[in-house]
Design a protein around this ligand. Structure first.
Ligand code: ADP
Ligand code: MG
Ligand code: MG
Length: 245
């Protein structure tokens, strides 16, 4: 049951191909890791999927409909939300204000401040967060702020969530907390794309992996059937005996 389908995606910068004929699919209720060495094209691919860049070649379907996100806001309204490494929330606003920033959440309609507060509490409860929504965002840890950003992105978009290196500044306990949130969203049928350099994390949370190398697709595999050394050799483009000596 495919949620997102990208075929033959190509993108060049100044005549140099960053992506060349890349296919990528994401299922409903799937956590999909995107892997590859530095410069492989991971960020370029997710920037195309999330409307930061437009593609030069290829096609993209979301829920069976051809789409070409022209901006981040456009991708968001189509159902594709993203949370970047540097969470783009406002430190000096409260949690509730951040959740309602620049919009009336689509499910909520026009509401007053008390209602905004009540609904923020309800929204965060779905993520296992029981926090003071009137406190400034800056009073919370990076991990909590990230979950708030995810809650906001999912509320705005609702189909696909894209996370580029979300665990970079989290400790082990916080990574567990984040992954619990992702599993909960998976259960709700969301498709999640995650970039992380930590293979332990890939195996801990992801269902499937797509590997890129030098702007091309190496392959896509279910992680349950993929030995770790084989994944590493896919990423490096070398046979295992050359890695292990
Ligand atoms: P990854 O995220 O896997 O490290 P990127 O998608 O960031 O890879 O980069 C893929 C290639 O595209 C690299 O060679 C990079 O230098 C190039 N590239 C990415 N973005 C730009 C850009 N905005 N301008 C020029 N070159 C870019
Ligand atoms: Mg890079
Ligand atoms: Mg990158």
């Amino acid at each position: 049951d495919l949620l997102l389908e990208a075929r033959g995606i190509g993108k060049s910068f100044l005549g140099i191909a960053a992506l060349d004929g890349v296919d990528f699919t994401l299922g409903r209720g799937e956590i999909h890791a995107l892997l590859g060495e530095n410069g492989a094209g991971k960020s370029t691919l997710i920037k195309i999927l999330t409307g930061v860049y437009t593609r030069d070649q290829g096609a993209m379907r979301l829920d069976g409909t051809d789409v070409a996100p022209a901006s981040v806001a456009d991708a968001q309204s189509l159902g594709i939300g993203t949370v970047y490494q540097e969470v783009n929330l406002l430190e000096n606003l409260t949690v509730a204000e951040n959740l309602f920033l620049g919009r009336q959440p689509r499910r909520f309609g026009v509401i007053n401040r008390a209602e905004m507060r009540r609904r923020s509490i309800a929204l965060l409860a779905r993520y296992g967060l029981n926090i003071d929504v009137d406190a400034l965002l800056s009073s919370y840890s990076v991990a909590i702020r990230q979950i708030i950003a995810i809650a906001r992105a999912v509320d705005l978009s609702g189909k696909v969530l894209v996370l580029d290196e979300p665990t970079a500044s989290l400790d082990a306990h916080e990574v567990d907390m984040l992954f619990d949130v992702l599993r909960r969203l998976r259960q709700d049928g969301l498709g999640i794309i995650i970039i992380t350099h930590f293979l332990n994390q890939v195996y801990a949370v992801a269902d499937r992996v797509t590997v890129l190398r030098n702007g091309r697709l190496v392959g896509t595999r279910e992680l349950a059937d993929l030995p770790r050394l084989e994944l590493i050799s896919m990423m490096l483009g070398r046979e295992l005996q050359h890695i292990t000596g």
